[in-house]
Design a protein around this ligand. Structure first.
Ligand code: ATP
Ligand code: MG
Length: 247
């Protein structure tokens, strides 16, 4: 089967939070009414979206802040469940969703590598075989033996990317994490992903960098107003998207 990810009429709602404009006293006196309203109100982040990503495709998910890109990746990774519709994923997902997600702050970089390798579904032996390669790729040197609560955000990104990218991903999900890395590391990550692309790994990238999209992705899915506004070749969708921002 050549399908890696398929969304069929997927909707995702979040509870709608609104502040207590009438003050706490008003809230308490009208508690049952508030409760009814809160239960009733929901915010639709994504409304009935459908797309299919084939194995080996490299796809960018683009859209303005709050448009639902991370929500989409979260559902592919299985950390979020859709309220309606079906999400089908065929293959092992290696997600890089948020900085430090899945990492333990008190453990050292080295300990986190071992922990995350196992969490990603590899055996201890498989992780041990790749350990040196991961450390070398991260270029963290002696800091690999420091607890990661002492890491800068760029150092965290280095560790996270090195783990995920050196453990034979099948479906690689990357959410904006490269942005905090320095120029040298960004370039190295993009080249690593490009080599995975040529090896047929499925890559799904969320980024605000038009350069990265152009470098890596053949296809763009543009999410806007809770729906897919455009889905097609990068050469067509990306210029439309940048025009939308007036640049
Ligand atoms: N846990 C949550 N609870 C309530 N609302 C949420 C939650 N997570 C996301 N949302 C809302 O869903 C919408 C989509 O959020 P999402 O994080 O998917 O956007 P995004 O496209 O990744 O944005 P960005 O470019 O800023 O990362 C936003 O309006 C956001 O406020
Ligand atoms: Mg996001």
């Amino acid at each position: 089967m050549s399908i890696a990810v398929q969304f069929s009429n997927v909707s995702k709602h979040y509870p709608y939070y609104h502040h207590l404009s009438g003050g706490l006293k008003h809230f308490l006196f009208n508690f049952p009414k508030y409760l009814r309203e809160i239960r009733k109100q929901k915010f639709t982040a994504l409304e009935s979206i459908s797309f299919t990503i084939k194995k080996g495709e490299s796809v960018a998910i683009i859209g303005k802040n709050g448009s639902g890109k991370s929500t989409t990746l979260g559902m592919i990774a299985g950390v979020l469940k859709p309220n309606n519709g079906d999400v089908m994923v065929n293959g092992r997902v290696s997600p890089l969703l948020e900085l430090g997600g899945g990492f333990h702050p008190e453990l050292t970089g080295a300990e986190n590598i071992r922990l995350n390798g196992v969490l990603l579904g590899l055996s201890r032996k498989q992780v041990a075989e790749k350990f040196e390669q991961i450390v070398a790729f991260s270029e963290l040197g002696q800091f690999i033996d420091h607890p990661i609560r002492t890491y800068s955000s760029g150092m965290m990104a280095r560790l996270a990317f090195s783990v995920v990218a050196n453990l034979n991903p099948e479906i690689l999900l990357i959410d904006e994490i490269l942005a905090v890395g320095d120029a040298g590391f960004q370039k190295k990550c993009l080249e690593k992903m490009k080599s995975y692309k040529t090896q047929g790994v499925t890559i799904i990238l969320v980024t605000h960098s038009a350069h990265d999209v152009q470098f890596l992705c053949d296809r763009c899915i543009w999410i806007d107003n809770h729906k897919i506004r455009a889905d097609g070749p990068t050469s067509e969708v990306l210029p439309e998207y940048t025009k939308f921002f007036g640049s």
